[in-house]
Structure formats: C-alpha cells, structure tokens
Design a protein around this ligand. Structure first.
Ligand code: NAD
Ligand code: ZN
Length: 359
C-alpha cells in the first residue's frame, strides 16, 4: 500500500447565495456516495452524463451511490457540443421526468463542460430548480466550468446565450479520471490552467515550466486545487460577473472571437484562449501596458504544452463585429484584462471605438 496519504482538499466557494465545497482527491469517484450522503438526505439521485463517460466510469459512480443506499437513475446524452441544444435539453428533461424526478431529488452532472452546462441548466430550469452536484471529468471542467454556477445551452444566434446562474451543492473532482482523456482535451484544459497562472499565480507558472513534473498525477491535484482556489476566490468576490471575476476573462476576448470566427470547429476553447492570452499581451507590450518580455514567457509555456500560438487569419471588420457582440452592454467602455506581470492580472478600460488598436 502506498505510504502517501493524499489529503482531501476542500475549497469553499462562497457566493451571494450560498457556500459550497469543492472536493479534490484522486480516486474520490469511489467515495462519491459517502460524500453525497453528507449533503443530501433523500434517496433518489439522477445522473446526467454522456455515453463516453458512462462507458468509462458510469458503473463506478453508480456502485458508490448504491453502496450508500441511493437509488440511481442514469440519463445519457451524446458526447460533444451539439448536446448543448434545445433538442437535447428537452430530451433530457423528458427522460428525467419519465424517470420520476421530483423537486426534492438530486441531479449529478457527471462529465465534461458540455454535460456540466447542460445538466446544470436542466437542474436550474426543471421543476423550477432542483439541487445538483458537479462531478467534472475533463481538465477544463475540473478547473473551470464546474465552478461558478454558470450553466446553459447554445442557440443558433450564439453559444451559451440561453442560461442561468445555478450554484451546485458541491463539486467533486477526481484528477485520476483525466488519465483517459485524449491529449487534445488535456492540452485544451492547460490553456485555461496557464491563464490562471498568468492572472494570479506566478508560482504555478513556474511549476508548469517543468512539464513532466506538472503532468504527473501527483501534481495534478495541486494544479487543479490552485486553479479552483483562484476561481473560487474571484467568484466569491463577485458572483455576478461585474468586478474581479472579469480577470478570469484574460485571453477570452480574442479567444471567443477566434472560436466563433472559425465556427467552433477549428479551435477548442482552451486553444483559442491560449492564442488570446499571448496576443493581448503582445499588444499590451507595444503600448507599455505590460512589461516587455512577458509575451515570450507565455509563448514558451504554451509551446511546451503544444498549444497553438499563432493568431489565425481573421477579417478585421468581421472580427470587430464579433468582439463587440461578445462585449454586450450599452456602455461606450469595454474592459480588457492585461498583465502587470506574470501572476498579476488587471482590468483595463478602453473605449469601444479604440477596439481596432487591439485586433
Ligand atoms: N460554464 C462555464 O463556466 C464554462 C467554462 C468553460 C467552458 N464551458 C463549456 O464547456 C464545454 C467544453 O467542455 P469540455 O471540453 O469538457 O467538452 P466535453 O464535455 O464535450 O468533453 C470532451 C470530450 O471528452 C469526453 N470525456 C469527458 N471526460 C472524459 C474522461 N475522463 N476520459 C475520456 N473522455 C472523456 C467527452 O465524452 C467528450 O467527448 C463548452 O460547451 C464550453 O462552453 C463552460
Ligand atoms: Zn474559458
């Protein structure tokens, strides 16, 4: 037996509405039943997952729930972004209702960001709101989408335009589940991890430079914990996206534009964010808003994780339109996130008509 005892890490997220724990531990999937028993006293649990995650880990989750006397019902959706649609939302709600779900039951969103957003949205809307727990299974979901309570689906007019804030009762993160994740999704998540390091955690940035060490399972606990803590602190400071939480958007103005310009097919979110972090920093350096040399440090790190660095071709007029649509709201100002240094992000206001300088 291993001598090492891995401490269960709990990060508390306090929002305007409530506080909830984030549990991070390797192998914790086998103890989900026990953890849930502490926070939920009824018997019926509805797992929302996709068919890939179900095949890999469904049985383990169900077993851990049954061991604690829960009655578990599984609703499966197809893997992939297309499941964040009205059609899948409706199908999912029907399936949960046919399975006998009532307002007092519990939903578990068990999967990547797609399942988290869709399952969380169903939990927020079905029967006017049902309690839910996030059990994220991709890196991006473990460090980002499962925390903060943003849930939603897509509509033809845009991504995530139909949604809600619905905070989970808890987030249960098992870094071991990432061992089955393919390389591209792992790199995709690293795009967000590097973003966290840039805005708030210089030490994490240093750690990431030692790639082999950083990617060892042992360090993954640490890395995920640090990212969750940063997100939890920023969300806690600002639950409704107005102030400090904006730091999380570092690299996202350009990132979202790239994703959208290429119709969400060529670049994943983390890849587009990686390009965004580098290019907003490069621009800021030319305007003396970020110290020279910062972009080189980001470039080296992105490259080592095989993340794209090159800004793809985009028509300027079209990209301006996309950015302005992304920065909805009537004010003439818009906020962008820049770095004072690695590990120190700040909010910078610009006039919307200055946007061309940044593209
Ligand atoms: N709500 C938020 O705050 C927020 C933040 C960031 C991203 N998102 C959303 O997250 C979504 C992207 O999430 P994603 O990248 O996790 O995509 P995803 O949920 O589609 O998962 C990616 C793929 O990995 C598979 N998979 C999941 N876990 C696995 C595992 N442990 N082993 C092997 N395969 C596994 C899935 O079946 C899927 O095929 C987007 O829709 C994005 O808008 C939301
Ligand atoms: Zn993001």
């Amino acid at each position: 037996m291993s001598e090492e005892v891995i401490k269960l890490k709990i990060v508390d997220v306090k929002t305007d509405f409530k506080a909830y724990p984030i549990y991070i531990q390797r192998g914790i999937i086998n103890d989900c039943g026990k953890i849930i028993k502490d926070i939920y006293s009824d018997r019926k649990v509805y797992i929302v997952t996709d068919t890939n995650v179900d095949k890999l880990y469904g049985e383990r989750l169900v077993t851990s729930l049954r061991q604690e006397g829960f009655e578990a019902f599984i609703a499966k959706v197809e893997p992939g972004e297309s499941s964040k649609s009205f059609q899948s939302f409706e199908k999912l709600c029907s399936s949960l209702l046919k399975g006998g779900i009532t307002r007092g039951d519990l939903i578990i969103a068990f999967g990547g960001g797609v399942v988290g957003d869709l399952g969380g949205f169903a939990a927020s809307a079905l029967l006017r709101g049902i309690k839910y727990i996030q059990v994220p299974t991709t890196l991006i979901a473990q460090v980002d989408s499962s925390i903060g309570g943003k849930v939603g689906i897509n509509i033809n007019e845009g991504k995530n335009l139909i949604g809600n804030f619905h905070q989970p009762e808890a987030v249960i993160i098992d870094p071991e589940l990432l061992t089955s994740l393919n390389k591209r999704y792992l790199a995709d998540g690293m795009g967000e991890v590097i973003k966290y390091a840039c805005i708030k955690d210089r030490g994490l940035f240093q750690l990431l430079k030692e790639k082999d060490k950083a990617l060892s399972l042992e360090n993954f606990d640490n890395i995920i914990g640090r990212c969750c803590k940063i997100k939890a602190d920023l969300v806690e400071a600002d639950e409704k996206d107005k102030g400090q939480r904006m730091l999380l958007n570092f690299g996202h103005t350009i990132g979202h534009a790239i994703e959208k310009y290429y119709d969400y097919s060529k670049y994943s979110h983390g890849e587009a964010v990686a390009i965004g972090t580098l290019h907003i920093t490069a621009k800021a350096e030319t305007m003396d808003l970020t110290p020279k040399g910062t972009q080189d440090k980001i470039f080296d790190l992105l490259k080592s994780y095989k993340l794209p660095c090159e800004l793809p071709y985009m028509d300027k007029a079209k990209i301006r339109e996309i950015v302005l649509l992304d920065k909805k709201g009537s004010s003439d100002d818009m906020k962008i996130i820049l770095l004072k240094d690695i590990g120190e992000g700040y909010i910078h206001s610009i006039k919307k008509d200055e946007i061309d300088k940044w593209l």
